[in-house]
Design a protein around this ligand. Sequence first.
Ligand code: ADP
Ligand code: MG
Length: 298
Amino acid sequence: MESIGDVLKNKVTNLSKRKSEIISKVMKDAEVLQFLKNNQKQLTQEIIDRSYPQLLEFVSEKKKVEQSGYSSNKGFIPKLRLNETFIDVAFVPTEEYLRKNEIKAIKNRIHTVEMPANIKNYTFKDVDGTKERMEALKFCLDFCEGFEDHKKGAYFYGSYGVGKTYLLGALAGELAQKGINSYLAHFPSLVVELKASISNNSVNDKINLIKEAQVLMLDDIGGESLTQWVRDDILMVILDYRMRYQLPTFFTSNLNLEQLEEHFKGTNIEDERKAKRLLERVKSLSVFVRIGGANRRI
Ligand code: ADP
Ligand code: MG
């Protein structure tokens, strides 16, 4: 049977064996050696002795990155750092991680309601500047450039498939790059969503969010089934507020000015006055710009 003394001696031998294994492993690493060299003025043997666990962690994490592309903290890579009393491992974000986060932050500036899935990837670069689209495209470019000065948005109208929605998406993307938030909603779907929120009392909160948006974009206005509630309690409330506070507002529609007025009118006489007032809001908020060209959906 081993004596207590032997057991202890074995333990100590094993420990020092393990320690020398660690030392020889970490001292083979070029980055560790470079770090020790760069910091030799501040480093004492005592600090180095105390830091072997961290140096080992550094070497193992680097190996993980080499083998799988990731350290234990996904998106971060290990770096050695000198503290006052020991060497430590810091995890710093990779370029790729920072770039992805930046893209995510930009995309988060665009709030969408029922818009095409990839709308946040649309860019002006991809909008072909055909003659029929030029005026609208130029309006958007000028709007972005002079964002601080331009309070008026635009009402882009034209037939189905000419790229109206696409242009709004590209505009929202460009604004997001500049740190500007947009609320971009397919208006007919927004109406359905708002109707559904009546039952849980969240309709006012939603309307507040929409009316206060930094830039509001209502896509396909005129495509909704218009009721008095939609016209007077939703659209009028939102547009009235945005007009008062001069908040930029964009629309797209298949309807021209006259058709939009007809749409707002509905059928009875009392509605005619309200339709006119609402149309005045749209006109005061936006410049009417026609988009022509071929249907791009085919
Ligand atoms: P509208 O809103 O006028 O009905 P869309 O913006 O939905 O038209 O455009 C119709 C189709 O054409 C969509 O599938 C859209 O992705 C595509 N599209 C429109 N403009 C462009 C463009 N500049 N580059 C590539 N695809 C486009
Ligand atoms: Mg559209």
